[in-house]
Design a protein around this ligand. Sequence first.
Ligand SMILES: Nc1ncnc2c1ncn2[C@@H]1O[C@H](COP(=O)(O)OP(=O)(O)OP(=O)(O)O)[C@@H](O)[C@H]1O
Ligand SMILES: [Mg+2]
Length: 248
Amino acid sequence: MIKLEHVHKTFAEHKALVDISTEFPEHKTTVILGPSGSGKSTLLRSLNLLERPESGTYQLDDLTINYAEPISTATTLDVRRRTGMVFQGFNLFPHLTVLQNLIEGPVHVLKHDKAAATKEAQELLAKVGLADKADVYPNQLSGGQAQRVAIARSLAMHPDYIFLDEPTSALDPELELEVLKVLLKIARDQQSMIIVTHNMAFAQKVADKILFVEDGQIQFDGSSQDFFNTDNARIKAFVSAMTFATLD
Ligand SMILES: Nc1ncnc2c1ncn2[C@@H]1O[C@H](COP(=O)(O)OP(=O)(O)OP(=O)(O)O)[C@@H](O)[C@H]1O
Ligand SMILES: [Mg+2]
């Protein structure tokens, strides 16, 4: 379970996160929605300690962090080990094959046996539909394939949570679809995930819980069903604008 209480983050004069208190249940998918600049990435990055709020507490299972106090390197590494971040730009190691990308963390960071890590990597590649790409280099992959490798690489580390910040925004619609299908499959396996997306159809399908953020504040915190059936005029306007945008 991830729990935030009274989290504030300011960039110079700009209040990016204002008194954020919420929970991200385990074995569920939480989707963060909101207009551009509303603080979605800042929120996600704060959970991976890539961003450092000034105040508030962050609870990750048995670990509690007070953002206002110094955070040790050991704690930072612990948080990063328990949480996997998948970036928009894939961030695969270009000089390693797909398989080597997948076993790098398990072998060198987690100290797993290489043969076992290789076996699991092959299973994960099959899961994301890329069993035949184990021996190619990242520059030989399409964007959608590269993103699926990045997702498999994240799964190989067995993080408690996987965070994805607009994982398909760099992809054209067909490639996007193949990545979204993989994420739906992983969600159904009950991997705990937090996903920032602008794709409403995907959000509606994958989300157990929705957070709608605007101006750094949580404007909705509840079930996906309640979000998409709300009478709230602002949320209805947002969903309809975003749905229309995807029809362009
Ligand atoms: N490093 C930074 N320095 C200064 N301001 C920042 C920084 N990072 C983010 N901001 C500001 O904080 C606000 C929230 O940014 P954030 O990236 O979290 O928005 P977002 O909801 O992810 O937007 P988008 O949908 O466009 O990705 C924005 O006004 C942004 O300009
Ligand atoms: Mg963002």
